[in-house]
Design a protein around this ligand. Structure first.
Ligand SMILES: Nc1ncnc2c1ncn2[C@@H]1O[C@H](COP(=O)(O)OP(=O)(O)OP(=O)(O)O)[C@@H](O)[C@H]1O
Length: 207
């Protein structure tokens, strides 16, 4: 437990989220509530609407109906890393840190520290475009957590991670929970579902 964290406070409340693309109903009245100190997993088949739902929660896509209420700061990790190809890791940390009012040295320190937890030395002066696919994904992940957001939204953030880093990633998620953050993870890793607090299954119901 961390002093000052508001354990149990609702960080995300999505109610009645409905989304259509053309004539296709992707989400129909989806609800999800996540509190500080909780991990929610979103599961469902390919195309079930997991990424769409997460983007709506992050405010990056609009819903046709329903409301999303967020309390506190938000970090979002997209499925495809949205990096600046010519910038180094440190420069990404500074840029994303600035977006969350974090001074440059603090952002650099916290980015490097989190990278180390994923077995990556982020102080190397390598442009993002020259990082390996898995390392780009680590950068993508660290950027979602820069500035210690209260709510962290992760869209299958482990693609390309090696076995050790994958384990480190889940340890991270459960550490964040312990620290009182609210975490939402899109995942296909059903073996971990007994360790999360809420499971939202978007698989369409057969009628
Ligand atoms: N911008 C868009 N325009 C039209 N259709 C879209 C758009 N974005 C998503 N879709 C469609 O909405 C459906 C849900 O897509 P989404 O990416 O949310 O699914 P998902 O559950 O995250 O899938 P996956 O497990 O493959 O990542 C799919 O049929 C997809 O083709």
């Amino acid at each position: 437990m961390v002093d000052g964290m508001d354990y149990g406070r609702v960080r995300l409340r999505a109610e009645g989220i409905t989304k259509r693309y053309g004539r296709r109903n992707v989400l129909s009245g989806v609800d999800l509530t996540v509190r500080s100190g909780e991990v929610a997993a979103i599961v469902g088949a390919n195309g079930a609407g997991k990424s769409t739902f997460l983007k709506i929660c992050a405010g990056l896509a609009g819903a046709d109906a329903g409301t999303v209420t967020i309390s506190g700061t938000v970090g979002y990790c997209p499925q495809q890393a949205g990096l600046f190809q010519f910038l180094r890791a440190d420069e990404h940390f500074e840029l994303f840190g600035a977006g969350r009012d974090q001074p440059r040295p603090a952002a650099r320190r916290s980015g490097r520290r989190m990278a180390r937890q994923l077995s990556w030395n982020a102080s190397e002066p390598t442009a993002a475009r020259h990082l390996s696919g898995g390392t780009q994904q680590k950068l993508n992940l660290v950027l979602a957590a820069i500035g210690d957001p209260d709510l962290i939204l992760l869209d299958e953030p482990y693609q390309g991670l090696d076995r050790g880093s994958y384990t480190d990633f889940w340890e991270w998620v459960f550490r964040w929970r312990q620290e009182g953050r609210a975490v939402v993870v899109v995942t296909h890793m059903l073996n971990l579902l007994d360790r999360v607090d809420t499971v939202l299954d978007l698989t369409p119901v057969e009628v």
